[in-house]
Design a binder for this molecule. Structure first.
Ligand SMILES: [Zn+2]
Length: 331
């Protein structure tokens, strides 16, 4: 019996040591296997970015990137990035909606137990308060379809959703990671087509307005159809909306992936995520002015213009129609 107990204790110690090892700081090797050619970005009048905060969660840096500390509590922001353009306004992700309590209650027990969240005013409520009707929003663009990015969709009823074809298939599937959006009724999804050529080292791209100011590229890995969007504003600022490629900016800076347990919980293809993290790390080194915006790093969001102060409604903004909607409406 004593021998058995000692054996069990040894196995436990080995397991705990192995698990601890997966959190140890380890930067990704920066290989140069993809050529990155920088672009000359346009400065299109009326293109602006503003951040709409809509909820938060608390987590430890240790779970966000390898080498993060267990003593370092981070606010994981939820919300939308509003990209305004003379041809239409885009809402990137939706943050927590008014039914977030219900959405959390439907999650698997393990996720529910590890989710400590706080509501903030919803995106829809903040748009309404600022006098921006939903008809002024041309598209909701999903960086990806995980629950914390889509919870606000039902509050924005009638706004068409744009995401990649692969993500649209993920939403249609029975994958539990897409269960929340899968269950929303009357979704209007217009999958985008990466019909333009290579962009900043990514194999293809979709130029949303045809003027180079908002360009989406495929970044599959976290989910099958995750996207990265590059936005170039009228005042010559440059942003990369990377969704959940990393949860905190250190992921790109170091570069470092999520620790094993987080990858196991949330990443479909960790190897693809690693490749894209290194890609964005190299791009950041080549282009220091580029602001890389992880969807949940509130420290980065705090540096962006904040809605509604940073949002100027284009004087000629018309309610979205088929003609006024972005190029994505054409198949
Ligand atoms: Zn996600």
């Amino acid at each position: 019996m004593k021998k058995l107990l000692i054996g069990v204790a040894i196995v436990l110690v080995v397991c705990v040591a192995a698990l601890a090892q997966t959190f140890r700081g380890a930067t990704l090797p920066v290989t140069q296997d993809v050529a990155i050619t920088l672009v000359v970005p346009p400065q299109v009048k009326g293109v602006q970015v503003s951040a709409i905060y809509a909820g938060q969660m608390e987590s430890l840096a240790a779970f966000a990137y390898r080498g993060g500390s267990f003593g370092d509590t981070r606010i994981f922001g939820m919300g939308s990035i509003l990209v305004s353009h003379p041809q239409g306004n885009l809402l990137f992700d939706t943050g927590f909606g008014k039914d977030v309590d219900l959405h959390v209650a439907k999650m698997p027990l393990l996720m529910r137990m590890t989710t400590k969240y706080k509501r903030e005013e919803t995106v829809a409520a903040q748009l309404a308060q600022a006098g921006v009707p939903l008809t002024d929003i041309s598209r909701i663009v999903l960086t990806h379809a995980h629950w914390d990015h889509v919870s606000g969709i039902p509050d924005l009823a009638g706004v068409q959703i744009m995401t990649s074809q692969e993500e649209a298939q993920f939403i249609e599937s029975d994958d539990p990671m897409a269960a929340l959006i899968h269950g929303f009724p009357d979704l209007a999804i217009a999958p985008l087509n990466y019909r333009e050529g290579p962009y900043l080292g990514f194999p293809n791209s979709f130029d949303v307005f045809g003027d180079g100011s908002v360009v989406m590229v495929p970044a599959p890995g976290h989910t099958p159809g995750s996207t990265i969007t590059f936005v170039h504003t009228e005042d010559n600022k440059h942003y990369a909306l990377v969704g959940d490629l990393v949860w905190q900016k250190e992921g790109i800076e170091l570069p470092a992936e999520r620790p094993w347990v987080s990858r196991w919980l949330v990443d479909k293809d960790p190897a693809a995520v690693r490749g894209e993290i290194v890609h964005m790390h190299r791009l950041q080194q080549m282009w220091p002015e580029l602001v890389i915006v992880p969807a949940h790093d509130r420290r980065v969001w705090d540096t962006l213009p904040r809605f509604p102060a940073g949002f100027v409604r284009p004087a000629h903004a018309e309610p979205a129609t088929a003609e006024a909607a972005p190029a994505a409406s054409t198949p």
